[in-house]
Design a protein around this ligand. Structure first.
Ligand SMILES: C[S@@+](CC[C@H](N)C(=O)[O-])C[C@H]1O[C@@H](n2cnc3c(N)ncnc32)[C@H](O)[C@@H]1O
Length: 271
């Protein structure tokens, strides 16, 4: 099994782990992710020196808030009886290890082979044990991933909770639409979905960033995400990072969500 160094789009997954590791050290952390520090160390990302630009402090803040948002969305899905989870663009997400899961929960992690191999090597070194049945699904989401997911054991007749966290911004708008269409076809009644979307104007605000993850961002949320998802068979709610931060008692000290207005964080239920 190759364990390549983080590069290209999947290096961003290690960057996200670094943010989660820092949050986990806080006294009043919004979540604790004990594996995040191990992913960060193994990834060997350069240390952040000096004060990062405010717009990047805002990105880190939004990662913290979205992590808590999706932790809660998953807990609600479990309370509603869903027992099948699919992470799309799973990266270094360690929810299979750090959250409580009801018996018989099946947890699929979809990403390309390189980050999944890297992740396995860290998990092995840490002797980490998942708290549910965890199944990794190495496939590129631009390929025929539904067939690969089905072969991995995804049950079409059971509801699924889908998570696309920090993923859609890396896909062009037509690929996002296609992906959501595919998710819809695989979603039994009672399925749920948690999405994060680039806020409106984010591409323009980061247009100067040539050397950072932002140089790979290509899409942002549609003007009306609720109508967009309704057209695809979902009843959705959209939140800003700012309002979720307030709900979690975290003071907002950075321009957290860019221009105000609903969006950024979306939860949806299949009609
Ligand atoms: C910013 S990271 C977020 C990772 C994880 N969801 C999280 O929040 O911790 C984006 C992830 O999407 C994955 N990704 C991007 N494009 C992909 C594609 N076409 N197929 C599969 N995975 C993809 C990357 O490999 C990376 O792990």
């Amino acid at each position: 099994m190759s364990t390549a160094r983080p590069s290209g789009v999947w290096a961003t997954a290690v960057g996200v782990a670094r943010v989660r590791a820092l949050e986990s050290e806080r006294e009043k952390a919004l979540f604790r992710d004990p594996l995040a520090a191990a992913f960060t160390a193994a990834g060997g990302l350069p240390k952040v020196t000096g004060t990062p630009p405010r717009r990047w402090v805002a990105v880190a803040f939004s990662i913290v808030i979205r992590t808590r948002f999706l932790d809660e969305l998953l807990a609600e899905a479990m309370a509603a009886g869903v027992r099948q989870v699919v992470l799309l663009g799973a990266g270094m997400d360690s929810r299979a290890y750090r959250l409580d899961w009801p018996a018989k929960t099946r947890f699929f992690e979809v990403d390309t082979a390189e980050p999944l191999n890297f992740k396995e090597s860290v998990l092995r070194a840490e002797r980490a044990e998942p708290r549910c049945e965890r199944i990794t699904v190495p496939v590129d989401l631009r390929e025929d991933w539904p067939t690969v997911l089905a072969a991995a054991g995804h049950d079409l007749d059971a509801p699924t909770v889908w998570i696309a966290e920090g993923l859609l911004i890396y896909l062009p708008a037509d690929a996002v639409d296609r992906l959501l269409g595919q998710i819809g076809h695989l979603s039994a009644p009672g399925s749920r979905m948690g999405l994060t979307l680039g806020s409106r104007g984010v591409l323009e605000r980061f247009a100067e960033d040539q050397e950072t993850a932002a140089s790979m961002w290509v899409s942002e949320m549609p003007e009306d995400p609720i109508a967009w998802l309704a057209d695809m068979g979902w009843t959705a709610e959209a939140f800003t990072v700012r309002e979720r931060a307030a709900a979690y008692g975290r003071p907002v000290t950075v321009p957290a969500a860019g221009p105000e207005g609903p969006g950024g964080l979306v939860s949806a239920i299949r009609r």
